[in-house]
Design a protein around this ligand. Sequence first.
Ligand SMILES: [Zn+2]
Length: 92
Amino acid sequence: MKLMVQTGEEIVPLAQCFWIRISPDGCVCSSSHGDTAATAEAAHKDFIPKARDRARELRAGWRIRLVTKAQWKEQAEPCFMGTCEHRQQAVA
Ligand SMILES: [Zn+2]
């Protein structure tokens, strides 16, 4: 079975997308391949196995998003490289 995802204007196979886990201040803290989960809930479960921890994160404003490779490079790569603005704000 091939899942397809619509992100914005393009339709992309799930296998070519990435799930990202975003902190309340907008920093991407986790990422996995799109085909590891079919829904944001399932992807969150892979990142955070405990339901109680997931619920707490969602209340605190954490988000799970599906992004294309291009969006990943734009949004997630600086966070993983430690060069994003979010982290610098957190330190300052
Ligand atoms: Zn960041």
